[in-house]
Write a protein that binds this ligand. Sequence first.
Ligand SMILES: NC(=O)c1ccc[n+]([C@@H]2O[C@H](COP(=O)([O-])OP(=O)(O)OC[C@H]3O[C@@H](n4cnc5c(N)ncnc54)[C@H](O)[C@@H]3O)[C@@H](O)[C@H]2O)c1
Length: 250
Amino acid sequence: MRLRDKVALVTGAASGMGAATARLFAREGARVMVADLLEEEGRAVAREIAGAGGTARFQRLDVADEGQWEAAIAALLAEWGRLDVLVNNAGISGSATNDLYDTALWDRIMAVNARGVFLGVKHGVAAMRRTGGGSIVNLSSISGNVGQKRIHCAYNASKGAVRILTKSVAVQEGEAGIRVNSVHPGLMPPMRTSGATADPAVRAKMLEHVPLGRAGEAEEVARAVLFLASDESSYITGAELHVDGGYLAC
Ligand SMILES: NC(=O)c1ccc[n+]([C@@H]2O[C@H](COP(=O)([O-])OP(=O)(O)OC[C@H]3O[C@@H](n4cnc5c(N)ncnc54)[C@H](O)[C@@H]3O)[C@@H](O)[C@H]2O)c1
């Protein structure tokens, strides 16, 4: 088991790649806090993990709210005493709008995708320092590396912020034994909040730029996250792992 005896917190774990990551972590021996805004779906993921013999608990968490981060980390430490792995996965899309310069949407996307990761890092680092280190994996995107059509620029800006925030904290926390890396998925199953990028015609166009010629699957991202979370990547920090079928290589 690649995460035996580890304690992990995964945000946005009620669906998509976060749920796939939480399930995989539990199969690899971790105790997992399934954190999300969506209570019903999040509790179902935690129940499913427990039903399969794993250990998980649901925590309601709005990643943009610092008070809720404090409460989530306190609950995790009270229950399991340590935090070894934090996956900042929660996010919202920028493709469900026709107004690519909507200011309110800029604020919302930055609050969840950028501030949410900052808050996770802030409180995650403090918890990890108590036990001598850990691994943080932040979900960026190919959108953090390049611009795209039909997506509010806040999505790209927020994912770019995640990319460089990751490197900054990796440099600052190396001495504390905390590794920090980012994962950059490409064309994946649409997010709950996707608009244009859920449109089959738009997806077909995007596929033309994917050398492997297909969309990725949530489990393929989860496996990359697992590698960075586990001790197998013990000398990797500040890195970005593209899980994009070669999109960024073009
Ligand atoms: N699906 C894609 O094509 C794709 C591609 C690249 C990167 N990503 C990124 O990967 C991550 C996961 O995406 P996904 O495809 O699984 O999407 P998803 O919509 O299936 O899952 C996102 C989860 O985050 C939760 N969430 C949203 N706002 C939250 C908040 N404020 N606090 C807590 N939880 C919140 C949602 O409830 C949901 O369960 C996101 O950060 C996304 O930006 C997705």
